[in-house]
Design a protein around this ligand. Structure first.
Ligand code: HEC
Ligand code: HEC
Ligand code: HEC
Ligand code: HEC
Ligand code: HEC
Ligand code: HEC
Ligand code: HEC
Ligand code: HEC
Length: 411
């Protein structure tokens, strides 16, 4: 036997091995690490095309916990019960994904989400009961009394469809009724393909909606002791820690999620963001929630992982004083408007007189800010964006009311 054919055979074999290795290497990580037939069938085929079309999508998926656990592209993209189907290169996909595509594997979480104001109440705030089924209304009313059974906010009609679609709905669709009979979306906090708890624990994730003068939670947080420390040390926190085992060793600085959702050091983790709230702070005049005692204890348990009871009770005592003061100011402002209405000086629908806006800004901006600031460590928001603005608003309201009475000759 001559040396030549053996040499060629060895070179060809080596070449084939290298080629196989390179091809293997180019396949998505999920496929390489989890070579189940279903995964090769679904994710592999989808990724073949989509890595060329939208590499970013496939890359995000590859890094996700889903890919590591063998959840395929098709597991999410196949039509859930009640969804419209679409034929797609040999696969049947859903035309539009909702919480319905996640609940098959995360039903318990979906149910907690449904109990919160992030679900039906968030939608009802801008559209009333429109689009919600009688069962959905009844379910939500059980957990959030008055949250759904109400008319749409008058601003939606006054500002029109473009403002509602591009504005209100971008935030309030977190609880939108979907065609498949489910409510809302999970991807506002988890994203579509990264699906990470680390992302959902970032304050900026909540801050995309919880911002601005009417609910300045992200602004308050950023300048609070908690937010300042988070900005300085977030690189050292283990933001991706498993929710079941999250401890103050992973996160010794709280974010929005820590206080409102996480199960820090063995506490119960929840997707019901309303579970730890004792007051209706967003209301013009705040009242206690039906589960006031239990809810407050739930939140104080969270603080207790990092603070002594004395510190926590001091914060709550001061904040509840602020709630009382704000309620008094708003009630006084309401009394001025009620007087004008009684005397026939304010007629017609809401938000049609200049003085309506003075009142609206007073409770909706200044009142809320003072209360939110007090509970979440925002001194400047308690004072300059809160109490000072409430005082100014009250004086302006009194002045405008006097003007109206003068105009009507009834001093
Ligand atoms: C043969 C190539 C190919 C395969 C295989 C493939 N896709 Fe696509 N897909 C495309 C193309 C092309 C588009 C249109 C892209 C565009 O508009 O830029 C598309 C669009 C999509 C869209 C957007 C649809 C829309 O209407 O907005 C989704 C979602 C999608 N594909 C998911 C998948 C999933 C999941 C799989 C696997 C189950 C898959 N694709 C398999 C080529 C493919
Ligand atoms: C955890 C569930 C999940 C997995 C797994 C998943 N997707 Fe998606 N994907 C979504 C959701 C949710 C959307 C948003 C769809 C919508 O708005 O209707 C989406 C959107 C898309 C889009 C449209 C993107 C755009 O911005 O227009 C493409 C393309 C897509 N997915 C492809 C894939 C491919 C390919 C895979 C696998 C490599 C995959 N997806 C895996 C949930 C998932
Ligand atoms: C086919 C089942 C399946 C579907 C469908 C599914 N998931 Fe998952 N999901 C899983 C599994 C399995 C894990 C990993 C759990 C673990 O590690 O204990 C997971 C983990 C997660 C995590 C935690 C990730 C982390 O960083 O640890 C999030 C967030 C998540 N899923 C969100 C979603 C969302 C949002 C959807 C819908 C768009 C969805 N899932 C659809 C099975 C699924
Ligand atoms: C896509 C927008 C959006 C995102 C993102 C979002 N929220 Fe909300 N959130 C809302 C809306 C809208 C409401 C008001 C619901 C209502 O009408 O009462 C709300 C209400 C709340 C409430 C008050 C619930 C009650 O019972 O009064 C809390 C607490 C809350 N969110 C916490 C969070 C946290 C924590 C995050 C991040 C992990 C977050 N939210 C992310 C839109 C969002
Ligand atoms: C940037 C996101 C965002 C936009 C845009 C937005 N909201 Fe909200 N809205 C929120 C958040 C977050 C809350 C929760 C405030 C809180 O509990 O402190 C909220 C609370 C409310 C509430 C009080 C809670 C309730 O259920 O009664 C009403 C009413 C409301 N919004 C109506 C509207 C209307 C109407 C529009 C448009 C004209 C709108 N919102 C636009 C994020 C938004
Ligand atoms: C308001 C933002 C928000 C929304 C909406 C949301 N999540 Fe989450 N989710 C979080 C946060 C924050 C965590 C991490 C909690 C913690 O710190 O332990 C989390 C954790 C998870 C986990 C990991 C839980 C575990 O025990 O490993 C899964 C799975 C998940 N979410 C699925 C979903 C699904 C499904 C939906 C829709 C029904 C959804 N999420 C809606 C914020 C959200
Ligand atoms: C240190 C813990 C902590 C952090 C961090 C925190 N909150 Fe809060 N939050 C509270 C407390 C306490 C209350 C008042 C609870 C009550 O009503 O008893 C509150 C109230 C709220 C409310 C008011 C609900 C209503 O009744 O109108 C919203 C919305 C909210 N927080 C969202 C957020 C968001 C978004 C972030 C991050 C930008 C955040 N919180 C950060 C502790 C925290
Ligand atoms: C995960 C740990 C953690 C949680 C949970 C937490 N905090 Fe803090 N808190 C901190 C850290 C860290 C600081 C900064 C302390 C410093 O400046 O040295 C801080 C500072 C404070 C301060 C200012 C310092 C002081 O003692 O006056 C107050 C007030 C406060 N937190 C209240 C609360 C309240 C109320 C809660 C629950 C609603 C809470 N915290 C939840 C870690 C936490």
């Amino acid at each position: 036997m001559s040396f030549r054919p053996v040499f060629i055979a060895v070179v060809v074999a080596f070449g084939l091995i290298v080629a196989a290795f390179l091809i293997h290497h180019a396949r998505p990580k999920a496929e390489v690490e989890q070579p189940s037939s279903a995964l090769v069938e679904a994710s592999g085929k989808c990724a073949e095309c989509h890595a060329r079309l939208q590499y970013a999508v496939v890359h995000e998926y590859e890094m996700s916990a889903h890919a590591k656990k063998g959840v395929t592209c098709l597991d999410c993209h196949q039509p859930a019960p009640g969804q419209q189907k679409m034929e797609h290169h040999g696969f049947t996909l859903s035309t539009h994904l909702t919480a319905g595509n996640c609940r098959a594997c995360h039903e318990g979480i979906y149910q907690q989400f449904l109990e919160s104001r992030h679900a039906a109440s968030a939608w009802a705030a801008i559209h009333g009961t429109q689009g919600l089924s009688p069962e959905q209304i009844a379910f939500s009313e059980k957990y959030e009394p008055g949250g759904v059974n109400r008319p749409a906010n008058p601003l939606t009609a006054l500002e029109g469809a473009a403002a509602v679609t591009g504005g209100c709905e971008q935030c309030h669709a977190i609880g939108k009724p979907n065609e498949d009979g489910t409510l809302g979306t999970c991807t506002d906090c988890h994203s579509r393909h990264a699906d990470s708890v680390a992302l959902s624990r970032m304050p900026s994730t909540c801050g995309q909606c919880h911002m601005g003068p009417d609910h300045s939670q992200i602004e308050i947080y950023t300048q609070s002791k908690h937010g300042v420390q988070f900005a300085a040390f977030h690189n050292q926190l283990n933001l991706a820690a498993n929710p079941e085992r999250l401890s103050t060793r992973d996160m010794w600085i709280p974010t929005c999620a820590t206080c409102h959702m996480s199960g820090l050091s063995g506490l119960k983790v929840t997707h019901n963001v309303s579970e730890r709230l004792s007051w209706y702070l967003a209301a013009p005049v705040s009242t206690k929630r039906p589960d006031y005692v239990e809810a407050q204890e739930n939140m104080k348990e969270v603080c207790s992982q990092c603070h002594t009871r004395a510190t926590i009770d001091r914060v709550y005592q001061q904040a509840e004083q602020q709630v009382a003061v704000t309620n008094d100011r708003v009630l006084a402002a309401q009394a001025i408007l009620n007087g004008l209405q009684k005397d026939g000086l304010l007629t017609g629908p809401p938000l049609t007189h200049a003085i309506d806006f003075t009142y609206f800004n007073l409770w909706h901006y200044d009142g809320r800010t003072s209360k939110h600031g007090a509970f979440m460590g925002g001194a400047d928001f308690v004072q300059w964006h809160g109490n000072y603005a409430l005082l100014q608003g009250t004086v302006e309201l009194q002045h405008e009311a006097e003007e109206l009475r003068r105009e009507h000759g009834r001093k």
